[in-house]
Design a protein around this ligand. Structure first.
Ligand code: GLN
Length: 381
């Protein structure tokens, strides 16, 4: 047996895999891992089919197909009012997670500090550690809202990067323009890079705009902004996303990207380049998911869970302290086994979960029938 010194000694299997596996074993309704259970647009499938049959089956250019990078730049200009240079500032990735990994890999040196706001998506801290960086954890404030003071106190001379996420997974809250301006104030005059994870950009509700880091020149100039096609077009299994950054930053990103994946799936890029040209293909996403959010929230009124506000993403967090004082992982597992609905406990998203916090995350990116069946079971707890 060879002796291995684990590079990630405290990391086990991601909670998404753990809960999805348990859901499958128990035949439970899976509201845990975030993915839609309904079909994607047949037009998109036809475009991929056409691309494959037309012979687009070899490597795409390393930074992505030019036509797709142009379509991305046009969409971003349309939505956020700034034109990235498709040639030098847009890179197509194998999903948002790869874009995050590559950004951290390209920027973080051993000993660098990276500020992470807990609860945080579970790949952030381990990726920082893998590259020798030190995650510095701060927390969202009351009602899972961004706490600029906490971030301010965490900034030191060694801070290399601040990671933010809006709409937020798992909290379901969003950053507003005022939060973004405050972040710009905090970073002004520093060399801190901003990693803005905006993969749920289209899942913002109640008429609120998506406060992208792109909208503020001061932020954009120091930011990697990361997006996901999987979330917009209901195709998480395609593992397709993209990163945007100013040319000098993107040059560093591409040095890593080329050895990390080299390039992303070619026929899917050909299809997306065409599909993305029609704004109608993404404009309805917000109202589509808002209706699901509301359906789930209304149904859950009949339960003993108490729901936190959901302003964005396809996740609804729910407090179960009226039901049980079990720790969240144990409770989530018991609900899966005994009541047939799988969810995600929130504690794995923290370095140290707040004492006594009793929260589960439910994914409502599901067919109405799936949601209704889950609601019926959850109301029986
Ligand atoms: N983003 C998805 C979620 O939050 C999970 C992705 C994954 O399993 N890696 O549920």
């Amino acid at each position: 047996m060879i002796h291995l010194d684990s590079k990630l000694p405290r990391v086990g299997t991601t909670i998404f895999t753990v809960m999805s596996r348990l859901a499958q074993e128990c035949g439970a309704i899976n509201l845990s891992q975030g993915f839609p259970d309904f079909p994607i647009d047949g037009k998109l499938i036809d475009l991929v089919d056409k691309a494959m049959r037309a012979g687009h089956n070899q490597y795409a250019p390393m930074p992505g197909l030019p036509a797709l990078r142009e379509a991305i730049a046009a969409k971003v200009q349309r939505l956020y009012g700034f034109s990235y240079d498709p040639e030098r500032e847009v890179t197509v990735t194998a999903g948002g997670t790869q874009a995050i990994f590559t950004t951290i890999g390209a920027l973080v040196h051993p000993g660098d500090e990276v500020i992470i706001v807990d609860p945080a998506y579970d790949c952030y801290a381990p990726t920082v550690e893998l590259f020798g960086g030190t995650p510095v954890h701060v927390r969202l404030g009351a009602d899972m809202r961004f706490d600029a003071e906490g971030v301010k106190d965490a900034i030191t001379a060694r801070t290399r990067m601040l990671m933010i996420n809006t709409p937020h997974n798992p909290a379901g809250t969003i950053l507003r323009d005022a939060d973004m301006r405050r972040i710009a104030d905090l970073l002004r005059g520093t060399d801190i890079v901003l990693l803005s994870d905006e993969v749920y950009e289209h899942l913002v509700y109640d008429g609120a705009p998506h406060a992208s880091a792109i909208r503020l020149p001061e932020l954009r100039e120091r930011a990697f902004v990361i997006f996901s096609f999987g979330k917009v077009f209901h195709a998480t299994g395609w593992k397709m996303g993209y990163a945007l950054a100013p040319a000098e930053l993107m040059a560093e990103f591409r040095k890593v990207h080329q050895f990390n994946v080299f390039s992303a799936n070619t026929p899917v890029q050909v299809a997306l380049a065409e599909y993305l040209k029609q704004p109608a293909h993404y404009e309805g996403v917000s109202s589509f998911y808002q209706a699901k959010r509301d359906r789930f929230a209304n149904g859950m009124k009949g339960s003993r869970f108490s729901l936190l506000p959901c302003q964005g993403s396809y996740f609804q967090t729910a407090d179960y302290s009226a039901i049980s004082d079990e720790p969240d992982l144990a409770f989530a597992q018991r609900v899966t086994r005994e009541f047939g609905v799988a969810s995600i406990p929130l504690s794995p998203f923290y370095k140290e979960p707040p004492a006594g916090q009793r929260l589960l995350r439910f994914c409502f990116a599901k067919q109405d029938a799936t949601l209704d069946a889950a609601i019926a079971k959850l109301c029986g707890i």
